[in-house]
Design a protein around this ligand. Structure first.
Ligand code: CA
Ligand code: CA
Ligand code: CA
Ligand code: CA
Length: 218
């Protein structure tokens, strides 16, 4: 029989406990709603028309360390029980992707369910990101992230989203500046569908024409 010194025995036990924990599967979800535009007045989805339903959009961010299979995730607003979209594709760690109201319409038509798009209420809304519970029936979902938008956040071409710099929910209102006192306040930054939430200001169109420029050097 082999006798171990007491410190060595403790060390061995610690190693066993550590390895046991390491073998526990990690199922923590790290996807989050990153940015939302709920009152479109531009052709955000690029289909050639401006549509109050099709041009709404919701951006999601993979804040975790593993690539996520997005078909495990669903979006809806809290009015009614209808799911608005089963997401699709995969998302690498740190990456963002955007889903348009037209994606939700196409999914709803394909499912034969009531067609409402995302139906983001222009007076404010609460949106939820849900996830299929691993190893359970596909109808079992767990809510993993919820955001609430105030009335002033859902106005023509204003988006709001998570700012990694300030670690706060902020507004991207370059197309429709907000000067009121409610939080989140205006920033003058452009909405960034499908891109990280970095502040890019709206650059004014250059008003000096080429002819005017030439005339100044004659
Ligand atoms: Ca459109
Ligand atoms: Ca809307
Ligand atoms: Ca509003
Ligand atoms: Ca963005």
């Amino acid at each position: 029989m082999v006798f171990l010194s007491r410190p060595l025995t403790v060390l061995l036990l610690l190693c066993l406990v550590w390895s046991a924990f390491s073998l526990v599967p990690q199922v923590q979800a790290e996807l989050m709603i990153n940015e939302v535009l709920g009152d479109p007045n531009q052709d955000w989805d690029g289909d050639g028309t401006v549509n109050f339903r099709g041009d709404e959009w919701i951006e999601v961010l993979n804040n975790g360390a593993a690539t996520e299979d997005l078909s495990d995730y669903w979006l809806r607003d809290v009015y009614g029980d209808d799911l608005h979209l089963q997401l699709f594709g995969t998302l690498e760690p740190g990456a963002v992707t955007v889903f348009y109201g037209s994606d939700a319409v196409a999914w709803q038509e394909g499912q034969g369910v009531f067609v409402s798009g995302f139906s983001i209420n222009n007076t404010g809304d609460t949106l939820e990101l849900l996830r299929t519970i691993p190893d359970q029936a596909s109808t079992a979902l767990v809510m993993i992230h919820r955001v609430t938008l105030d009335n002033h956040e859902v106005e023509d071409d204003r988006s709001s989203g998570w700012d990694p710099e300030t670690e706060q929910w902020t507004m991207f209102d370059a197309w429709n500046p907000y000067n009121g006192g409610f939080e989140p306040q205006g920033t003058g930054c452009l909405p960034t569908p499908g891109d990280p939430n970095i502040c890019v200001p709206l650059v004014p169109v250059e008003t000096t024409s080429w002819d005017l420029l030439k005339s100044q050097y004659r």
